[in-house]
Design a protein around this ligand. Sequence first.
Ligand code: NCD
Ligand code: ZN
Length: 346
Amino acid sequence: MTQTLTLRRPDDWHLHLRDGAMLQAVLPETARHFARAIIMPNLVPPVVTGDQAAAYRDRILAALPEGMRFEPLMTLYLTEETDPEDVAAAAASGLIKAVKLYPAGATTNSASGVRDFDKVRGVLEKMAEIGLPLCVHGEVTDPEIDIFDREAVFIDRVLDPVRRATPGLRVVMEHITTSGAADYVRAQDGDDLGATITAHHLIINRNHILVGGIKPHYYCLPVAKRESHRLALVGAATSGDARFFLGTDSAPHTDANKESACGCAGCFTATNTMSLVAEVFDRENAMDKLEGFTSLNGPAFYRLPANETTITLEKGEPVSYPDHIDSGDGPVTVFDPGFPLHWRVA
Ligand code: NCD
Ligand code: ZN
């Protein structure tokens, strides 16, 4: 007998679609299962103004194959020059749903990010006033700080002070990777703080990247931490706590750019996310919490309606996925969890 589970259609609260040929190749992988996604603005050059976000949204919609439905939820890349009024206008028109904070130099295409938080005070205050969420890449970039400690140090040195200085600012801690980050979310009162968790951080720890030969396709930022942290993330995701929701951080790079002496950070999970996450939840006997994580908690945080349409998951013989997808820029490897996946989207 096949086991099935029908869920409201999921959304992805953190997604990299890129542009041009790569956009064309990866967009259907997400749109097949997801109704909406928060679109990361770290293009080269970044999406900084409302006009740029509108143009990018139009390019995304133009790349959507006939017959597929998908709503890109646009974001602006916060720079020290961002104009609070431009942000407010783009939010008021419904164009953007969040602003993205990258500490300068933290990750792929983040050179235009913020160095001096005093320079973005006006924008953050405006966002608090209008209730527009700030999506945060939570890692410090101080070369003195060990890469495995950068999220924890960010919470102490940047996130907590910024939140205290800007009462009412709504924040999403994106792609959390540590038990400390999950604890920080749980310790807050009110509904101003949420966190996304990726599929891959529910599956890999740092051994997967480094033991038995370096595995560039498991390298992403924030880098996966030790096993106790992975377990804490699984605990948070499957707990039913509405402050945790799925943001895949699916981040396509060509194999040439990943399998290199200086390989790019990012795991490409758009193709198999729902199978990955269902497998993790099933192993925890938490299938009853899956819909909250993938389809309800995110919309509630963003104050958007949950999707009315549904998808049905089926459990059976292991599902196979292509090991890569082709893009006009070259092949992109699909994340391999290293174990069989039994749930598929019907
Ligand atoms: C992302 C990318 O490739 O754009 N990479 C990643 O490892 N997650 C950037 C990011 O979200 O940090
Ligand atoms: Zn990302």
